[in-house]
Design a protein around this ligand. Structure first.
Ligand SMILES: *Cc1c(COP(=O)(O)O)cnc(C)c1O
Length: 813
């Protein structure tokens, strides 16, 4: 184990030898790097030992393919996972440095949009912590999700140049380099035995080069690899133009190829259908499969054994091209029969569906496939042909089933349905919460559930307790460890031992004091960053997530304005003071979501400056929501807003993070809220609004938003203020599109308004009884064991992947 003196010595050594600075000339960034290299050395020892073990034991491995990994910073996480946080803190103190301040120097790798990318990060942490041999594969975007700033209340996007100051956690692997092909044409040929084969030729070539990042487990030497691909121009290109003496053209083309991994697409639950995105998908899938097959063949010579050693999880349909790509290898390189190749493929793949929203379902025009991936299109046609033959055999005469289930959609322009490809090519397909899985089985994939009984299963999402409690909320983590021991960090169900403590006044007051301190800290951050003074004793009412109509930030805002009107109508009213905190990014092309941001900022501007309101109501929009900001906000939250239209949020994981940190949830019966309610008990959560059935019924009966407007004077007043320009005096019709969205959209905001307002009254009433509020908050924490991503990953490992933990020796450093 590293002790304080060794850590100090190593930091000073690294500063001199790796950074080449003296303590007198070192910048904060230099110190940060010197510390990072100290930790990295230890991580690397563990990592090499793990890699060697997997190789030696020839263990079955899981490959998690994801276009997004929202990892967050690594400095403190590495210290905690290695069990040397206190030692590092002391070593730095003795060097006259502050760990908290240096940790803020680290740029956050934000290679994801939101929940889907963060889930991938939590899963990597759980796989390593459970000693499972799990590899992440993705793209090393040069620019992650944009950085959000506000100008005059509007979102402006800035490029996230996270690699500007080298990244101490990654290892470049210039020798791990694979060609990836696009375009060209397919020619059929016959071999000597008269069998048909396919040659894909005249393609353009891009090289994929690997960068590796060690992923340490918690309190185990088990350390896995996240391998991210970067695009490099192929040497062939250079030679071609250089030989023609066209130097400038050669360099331009180099740029063109390398643009492939330049930037993450910033749309969350929305498909944009850009050619470059399809290129990104194929690029990372092809490189990853080549790497997986190379690793397998290093130890084995029969490709037919691949499913015994390889499981591949597809995080959404973004990597679904891996299915035809593996088939292509097996058919065109290994010359297996179709039947054999297909059987191996289906045994290897599993697919996670993340949304039922039609605008998010991936489809690609057939012409684009023809242009970029002609061989894959032929393979998809063949999968489809065989599949539809099976369908017509099982559902004789049901022509409509064939149309509905086809991998090729014919409405409008002919397109490939990536979700159908993923379902047909996988042995297991999972939803991410019970309600979501049930809806998959009865709506989007109903035909497939009939045809493949048992293929569609549920794996409710989870979050890693290391990041979201142990690291994000050190004071609460310490209180819990003092009270029930430290086993909860790896066995979150141990939190149940807190249940009896909810009835102890001493524990409640300690718990409340921690929450209050976290609120002081967040208030100080808001003061420092936004110059806004908030009442740290007010209720912190928090909605932090991507801005999307289905997530209904507008419903929250209607409540805020209603409250504002109550105070103005009755200036002496005694109301529970609230600070309503928003955070979240809008996709740059999502006009109405960006207008929602502007509206929140405009409402904040009016309310926060109204002297009549005082500290009874404040609205804060914390810019640039990311993992670091989530870790600041969540420990300070009293109330967690999880208010999506029922049936639209697949799971949510923000809901889990907030409840784990002792916030009470106000929410609809949607996604994992349903299961959170089952765990914490109906009396310890605020549920309101239409259920999924209620929404469907109302839509069938005909939903007329104006009825709610006419019948509810409070609601009418709020909407009239919006449309008359109360919050935009300089441009009175600015927010008219929001009125239109509320009255024409299908997110049922107005239908849920009245019940939401009533429910918020109940929230106020409970908050007036601090002992009871705290008791319920503790019971929320105590009953969150189910939502550890360790539980989720154990289920995947046994029910989908069939992979087992690998025994490790103790720590080597
Ligand atoms: C957890 C998390 C999300 C997902 O939040 P939801 O409320 O489940 O949508 C998105 N972004 C970040 C940075 C997160 O940490």
């Amino acid at each position: 184990m590293l002790d304080v003196n060794t850590i100090k010595k190593n930091i000073l050594n690294n500063l001199r030898i790796i950074i080449a600075k003296t303590p007198e000339t070192a910048t904060d960034m230099d110190w940060f790097n010197a510390i990072a290299y100290t930790l990295r050395r230890c991580l690397t020892e563990h990592w090499m030992a793990s890699t060697h073990k997997y190789y030696q034991q020839d263990t079955k491995r899981v490959y998690y393919l994801s276009l997004e990994f929202l990892m967050g910073r690594s400095l403190i996480k590495s210290m905690l996972n290695l069990g040397i946080y206190e030692e590092c803190e002391q070593a730095l103190e003795q060097l006259g440095l502050s760990l908290d301040e240096l940790a803020e120097i680290e740029p956050e790798p934000a290679l994801g949009n939101g929940g889907l990318g963060r889930l991938a990060a939590c899963f990597l942490d759980s796989m390593a912590s459970l000693n499972l041999p799990g590899y992440g594969y993705g793209i090393r975007y040069e620019y992650g999700i944009f950085q959000q700033q506000f100008e005059n209340g509007y979102q402006v996007e800035h490029p996230d140049n996270w690699l500007r100051y080298s990244n101490p956690w990654e290892f470049s692997r210039p020798e791990v380099l694979y060609p990836v092909h696009f375009g060209g044409q397919v020619v059929e040929y016959q071999d000597e035995q008269g069998r048909k084969g396919y040659d894909w030729k005249d393609t353009e070539e891009v090289m994929a080069m690997a960068y590796d990042t060690p992923i340490p487990g918690y309190a185990t030497p088990s350390t896995n690899n996240l391998r991210l691909w970067t695009a490099k121009a192929s040497r062939d290109f250079d030679l071609q133009y250089f030989s023609q003496g066209n130097y400038i053209k050669a360099v331009e083309d180099k740029n063109h190829s390398e643009n492939l991994s330049k930037v993450l697409y910033p749309e969350d639950t929305h498909q944009m259908g850009r050619e470059l995105r399809l290129r990104q998908e194929y690029f990372f899938v092809s490189a990853s499969l080549q790497d997986i097959i190379r690793r397998y063949l290093a130890k084995h010579d029969d490709i037919r054994g691949l499913p015994d050693k390889v499981a591949i999880q597809l995080n959404d349909t973004h990597p679904a091209l891996a299915i035809p790509e593996l088939l292509r290898f097996l058919l065109d390189h290994f010359h297996l029969s179709w039947e054999e190749a297909w059987e191996l493929t289906v045994r290897i793949f599993a697919y996670t569906n993340h949304t039922l929203l039609p605008e998010a379902l991936e489809t690609w025009p057939v012409w684009l496939f023809e242009k970029l991936l002609p061989r894959h299109l032929l393979i998809i046609y063949k999968i489809n042909h065989r599949f539809l033959k099976d369908v017509s055999y099982h559902f004789p005469g049901d022509m409509d089933a064939l149309r509905r289930m086809s991998l090729i959609g014919e409405e409008g322009e002919k397109h490939v349905r990536m979700s159908h490809l993923a379902v047909v090519g996988s042995h297991k397909v999972n939803g991410v919460a019970q309600l979501h899985t049930q809806l998959m089985k009865t709506t989007l994939f109903a035909d497939f559930d009939r045809f493949f009984p048992g293929r569609i299963i549920n794996k409710t999402n989870g979050i890693t307790p290391r990041s979201w409690l142990h690291q994000a909320n050190r004071p609460l983590a310490q209180l819990i460890t003092q009270s029930i021991g430290q086993a909860w960090v790896t066995e979150l169900s141990h939190l149940k031992k807190l249940i009896p403590l909810a009835d102890e006044q001493k524990f409640r007051s300690e718990f409340r004091e921690i929450k209050q301190n976290n609120k002081f800290k967040l208030a100080a951050f808001i003061k420092k960053e936004l110059g806004l003074e908030i009442n740290a004793h007010s209720m912190f009412d928090v909605q932090i997530k991507r801005i999307h109509e289905y997530k209904r930030q507008l419903l929250n805002l209607l409540h805020v304005i209603t409250r504002y009107n109550q105070i103005r109508a009755n200036p002496n009213i005694e109301l529970i003071p609230r600070t309503v905190i928003f955070a979240g990014k809008a996709a740059p092309g999502y006009t109405i979501a960006k207008l929602i941001i502007k509206l929140i900022n405009s409402v904040a501007d009016i309310i926060n400056h109204d002297p009549v309101i005082g500290s009874r109501l404040k609205v804060v929009f914390i810019p640039n929501y990311n993992v670091s900001n989530a870790m600041r906000i969540i420990p300070a939250a009293d109330l967690s807003e999880q208010i999506s239209t029922a049936g639209m949020e697949a799971s949510g994981t923000g809901n889990m993070k907030l409840a784990l940190n002792g916030a009470l949830t106000i929410g609809t019966l949607d996604g994992a809220n349903v299961e959170i309610r089952e765990e914490v008990g109906n009396e310890n959560i605020f549920i309101f609004g239409l259920s999924n059935h209620g929404v469907t019924d109302l839509k069938r009966r005909g939903y007329n938003a104006w009825d709610y407007y006419r019948e509810n004077p409070e609601l009418k007043q709020v909407l009239d203020m919006l449309s008359s320009g109360y919050f935009s005096p300089e441009a009175p019709s600015l927010f008219q599109p929001i009125i239109d969205a509320l009255t024409h959209g299908n997110f049922m905001v107005l239908a849920d308004y009245a019940d939401y307002i009533l429910c918020q009254k109940r929230v106020d009433e409970l908050y007036q009884q601090p002992e009871e509020w705290t008791r319920q908050a503790i019971l929320n924490v105590a009953n969150m064991g189910q939502f550890s991503s360790d539980r989720t990953i154990k289920e995947y490992a046994t029910e989908i992947w069939d992979v087992k933990p690998v025994e490790h020796q103790g720590f080597v450093c």
